[in-house]
Design a protein around this ligand. Structure first.
Ligand code: DAH
Length: 339
């Protein structure tokens, strides 16, 4: 009987040491130590053992059980460690491999130009305000001296949502909104998106951007307007830039002017860039019409003001020498990276 037990134990230890997977170990455990396992069932033979030998035999079976159990545990942890080692080896990261370059975005020429315009005017004490892109016709037209039925409404044909609500065709309605707030004096610029029902070509888009400017205070004159815009042109296009104010007509300013800057490519001699003119048009401006002040609740006897409107794309295209406005809306990173 002792010999049989020794044989079984030896068998178990050999199998355990040869096992290659945790599954195999489990099978071996069941074979020897399970309910009907070979070591477990040898206990049942206790009844055939002489009474005086029973304690010793019992102890031997217990020892065999413990030995097998310990061997199973040891084998389990050996196999678990091996599996872990193998996984770690497979997942090893080579930190010397070159990484994939992350592509960074790039500022849009419109945004770069706008940042520059804002920097210049904020430096002169202006605040930057925003107005809604969906606007009442009253702000977009009526309060700017363009009453219903006026032909000037057709010049800025835009997208109507209802008879009363439209996509703003200019940033000028922000003037009316700021004046109506009633806080004086006013020094503000209002950048933003505007809409017109224009077809797309190299110089037109149904959606583009403007920057509105407005100053209202006591004793504001045309001199302030000319000085301010000349200073702006110098900071934007170079300190030798000359300005030229040409009489023009806008409904909401009187007098009104269009402003040209001397060509910053040829200095005014005339070149391909300025189409031989020596001058490049950059914006519209004028003294705020007294009737507009009145409609917005400001006494024109006490206050005067000037206003201007700049096309942001126009400034960006000029400054960065872009020959087709459509490039600005394609979001091609190779194009954007150049500025
Ligand atoms: N809103 C005008 C336009 O879109 C531009 C403009 C001209 C704005 C003169 C002004 C201004 O504030 O004084 O054509």
């Amino acid at each position: 009987m002792k010999e049989k037990l020794r044989q079984i134990t030896e068998d178990a230890l050999r199998k355990i040491s040869e096992a290659k997977t945790l599954d195999e170990i489990n099978d071996i455990r069941v074979e020897f130590l399970g309910k009907k396992g070979r070591i477990t069932s040898i206990m049942k033979e206790l009844k055939n053992v002489a009474p005086e030998d029973k304690p010793v035999f019992g102890q031997l079976v217990n020892e065999a059980k413990q030995t097998a159990e310990a061997a199973v545990e040891k084998a389990k942890s050996r196999l678990q460690n091996a599996a872990l080692e193998e996984r770690l080896a497979q997942e090893k990261i080579d930190v010397t491999l070159p990484s994939v370059r992350r592509k960074l975005g790039h500022g849009h020429p419109n945004q770069i130009a706008l940042d520059e315009v804002e920097r210049i005017f904020v430096g002169m004490g202006y605040e930057v305000v925003e107005g809604p892109e969906i606007e009442y016709q009253e702000y977009n037209f009526t309060k700017l001296n363009i009453p219903e039925g006026h032909p000037a409404r057709d010049e800025q044909d835009t997208f109507y949502i209802t008879d009363d609500i439209l996509l703003r065709s200019q940033t000028s309605p922000v003037q009316a909104r700021v004046m109506e707030r009633g806080k004086l004096p006013i020094r503000m610029i209002a950048p933003g998106r505007v809409f017109r029902s224009d077809s797309i070509d190299a110089t037109h888009s149904p959606s583009f951007h403007q920057i509105e400017g407005l100053v209202v205070d006591k004793h504001i004159t045309m001199t302030d307007l000319k000085g301010t815009l000349t200073q702006f042109a110098r900071e934007m296009f170079g300190e030798n830039t000359q300005t030229r104010f040409r009489p023009h007509h806008f409904q909401f300013t009187e007098p009104s002017a269009e402003v040209d800057v001397s060509c910053f490519k040829c200095g005014g001699k005339g070149c391909r860039f300025c189409k031989g003119e020596g001058w490049i048009e950059i914006l519209g401006c004028g003294m705020v019409h007294p009737h507009v002040l009145e409609m917005c609740g400001i006494d024109p006897e006490e206050y005067t003001g000037f206003a201007f409107g700049v096309g942001l794309e126009r400034i960006a295209i000029l400054k960065y020498e872009i020959d087709d406005m459509r490039l600005l809306y394609e979001n091609d990173a190779r194009f954007l990276k150049q500025f």
